[in-house]
Ligand binder design. Structure first.
Ligand SMILES: C[S@@+](CC[C@H](N)C(=O)[O-])C[C@H]1O[C@@H](n2cnc3c(N)ncnc32)[C@H](O)[C@@H]1O
Length: 229
C-alpha cells in the first residue's frame, strides 16, 4: 500500500478516538461490549495479576478501566497513556490515585524512555490497531524490567468475517447502540502475522491463549518477553 495512504489511515484511526471518546467511555463503563463481559476483561486482568507487577504501563488505556480493576487486587505503581485527551480526562476523574498521561504512539516511538523504565508489565488491551505494530512494540521493549512482560489482547482473527489475510478494515461501531460514532480504520492481522510482528519487534511469545465463550474464541491474548533479556 502507498505510504501516504497508510499515513492517512493511521491519522484517521487516531483521530477517530477523539470523536469517539464519549461514546467509548460510556460503552466500557455501561458494559455494552458483550465479549468483554463474556471473558476478555477477566482474561487480561488475571494474566496481569499472575505476574504480580510492581510497576505497570497501560498503553492506549482509553478511559482507564484496567488499572482501576487491577488496583482492586494489588498495590502497584501504574502509568497509563492514551492519545485522546478526552479519554485521559475521564480516566483521571475516575481515578485520582494513578498517573494518566496524554501520549500518542508517535511520541512513544520518538521518545519512549521519557515515560521511565523498569516496568514489570506493559499492556496493550485492544490498543494495537495500526499497521506498523512492530515499530510500536520495538519502542516499548527497552522500558521492560529484566523479568518484564508485554501483554497484548486483541480481536481474535477467526471471530471476524471477511478474508483471512492482513489488511485495513473499518469498524463502524454499528453493534453499539447510539448515534455519533466515527468509523475507525484498523489493521486486521492473522495469527501468523501477529507472530511475525512480535519476532520483528525482538519479542518472544511465551504464552498464547484464546479466551472462549459458547465454544467461540473471544480474543487472542499474548504474553511476551524481550529476546534480549
Ligand atoms: C479499543 S480502545 C481500547 C482502550 C482500552 N485499552 C480498553 O481496554 O478499554 C483503543 C485505544 O487506543 C488508543 N489509541 C489508538 N491509536 C492511538 C495512537 N496512535 N496514539 C495513542 N493512543 C491511541 C485510543 O485512543 C483508544 O483509547
Amino acid at each position: 500500500m502507498a505510504r501516504n495512504c497508510r499515513k492517512d489511515r493511521s491519522k484517521a484511526l487516531a483521530g477517530s478516538w477523539d470523536k469517539n471518546a464519549g461514546n467509548w467511555a460510556r460503552a466500557v463503563r455501561d458494559g455494552l461490549i458483550p465479549s468483554r463481559r463474556a471473558g476478555t476483561d477477566e482474561a487480561i486482568v488475571n494474566a496481569i495479576l499472575a505476574h504480580k507487577p510492581a510497576r505497570l504501563l497501560d498503553v492506549g488505556c482509553g478511559e482507564g478501566w484496567l488499572i482501576r480493576r487491577v488496583a482492586q487486587s494489588i498495590d502497584c505503581q501504574a502509568l497509563s497513556i492514551d492519545g485522546s485527551a478526552a479519554l485521559i480526562a475521564d480516566a483521571r476523574q475516575a481515578d485520582p490515585r494513578h498517573a494518566y498521561r496524554v501520549f500518542a504512539y508517535a511520541d512513544l516511538i520518538e521518545d519512549a524512555k521519557s515515560l521511565g523504565t523498569g516496568f514489570d508489565a506493559i499492556v496493550f488491551n485492544y490498543a494495537i490497531l495500526d499497521e506498523d505494530a512492530a515499530r510500536l512494540l520495538t519502542s516499548v521493549e527497552p522500558l521492560l524490567a529484566p523479568e518484564g512482560r508485554i501483554f497484548i489482547q486483541t480481536l481474535h482473527p477467526r471471530a471476524l468475517d471477511g478474508p483471512y489475510r492482513d489488511g485495513w478494515r473499518t469498524e463502524d461501531f454499528a453493534a453499539f447502540a447510539g448515534p455519533g460514532w466515527e468509523p475507525m480504520p484498523w489493521y486486521f492481522r492473522t495469527v501468523e502475522s501477529w507472530h511475525e510482528t512480535l519476532r520483528d519487534a525482538g519479542l518472544v511469545l511465551l504464552d498464547l491463549t484464546e479466551p472462549m465463550a459458547d465454544g467461540r474464541p473471544l480474543s487472542l491474548l499474548m504474553t511476551c518477553k524481550s529476546l534480549k533479556r
